[in-house]
Design a protein. Structure first.
Length: 189
C-alpha cells in the first residue's frame, strides 16, 4: 500500500512532474475522505448488526428464508451472532435444507469466537453426534464454556445440559472435559 502512494502504476515516480504531484494529492484527498466516511459513519459494521436484527424479526414472523438470506453475508464476514443463528436455522431446517455438518461448522466458528449460544449448541451437536463425531468429552467442554460465559437466565439451562452429558461420562472423562474448558481461550478450538 505504501508503494501505491510513492509510485504510480505506469512506473513513474510520484514526484517526477508537477502533473503527477497534483494527481497524487487528488488521490490522497479522495482516499482520506473515503476512509473518514467508512470510519466515522460506520456503515459496514452497523449494516451487519442491523442484518442480524432484521433476521431475528424475519424469524419471529416465520419468514425463515428471509432470515437465512439476511444472516448469510454477516456470517461469512465472521459475525459470531449471525453464525450461531444461521447454524440454528441449518440444524433445524428453517429456511434452508437441514444440514448438520453446515450447522456444526457455523456453530464451531461462532463458538471459537466465544459466543455462548454457539458453544452450547456445538456441545449438543457433539452429544448427539450430529454433524460431528459423537464425543461426550467435547460436548462437556463446550457446554461448560457456554455456562461460564452465559447470562444468569441461560446459565441454569446450560448447566442442566452439561450435567445431563456428565451423567453419561466417567469421572476421568469429566476431568478431561473440565481440563479442556479451563485451557480454552477465544480463537482456539
Amino acid at each position: 500500500m505504501i508503494s501505491w502512494f510513492t509510485r504510480r502504476g505506469d512506473g513513474v515516480a510520484a514526484g517526477a512532474s508537477h502533473h503527477l504531484i497534483a494527481a497524487d494529492a487528488h488521490w490522497r484527498v479522495w482516499l482520506t475522505v473515503a476512509l473518514l466516511a467508512v470510519c466515522c459513519v460506520g456503515q459496514p459494521a452497523p449494516a451487519r448488526a442491523d442484518a442480524v436484527a432484521r433476521a431475528n424479526a424475519a424469524y419471529a414472523r416465520g419468514d425463515f428464508i428471509q432470515a437465512v438470506n439476511l444472516l448469510t453475508p454477516p456470517a461469512l464476514h465472521g459475525n459470531a451472532r449471525a453464525q450461531a443463528f444461521l447454524g440454528f436455522l441449518y440444524e433445524n431446517g428453517y429456511g434452508a435444507p437441514q444440514a448438520y455438518v453446515a450447522a456444526a461448522d457455523l456453530y464451531m466458528q461462532a463458538a471459537v469466537s466465544g459466543n455462548p449460544f454457539a458453544q452450547c449448541m456445538l456441545g449438543l451437536m457433539y452429544d448427539k453426534g450430529h454433524g460431528v463425531p459423537q464425543d461426550f468429552v467435547l460436548a462437556y467442554k463446550w457446554l461448560d464454556l457456554a455456562a461460564a460465559r452465559a447470562s444468569l437466565r441461560e446459565r441454569d439451562y446450560f448447566l442442566r445440559l452439561r450435567n445431563a452429558v456428565a451423567s453419561k461420562m466417567s469421572p476421568a472423562q469429566i476431568g478431561e472435559g473440565q481440563h479442556l474448558a479451563l485451557s480454552w481461550a477465544p480463537g482456539r478450538f
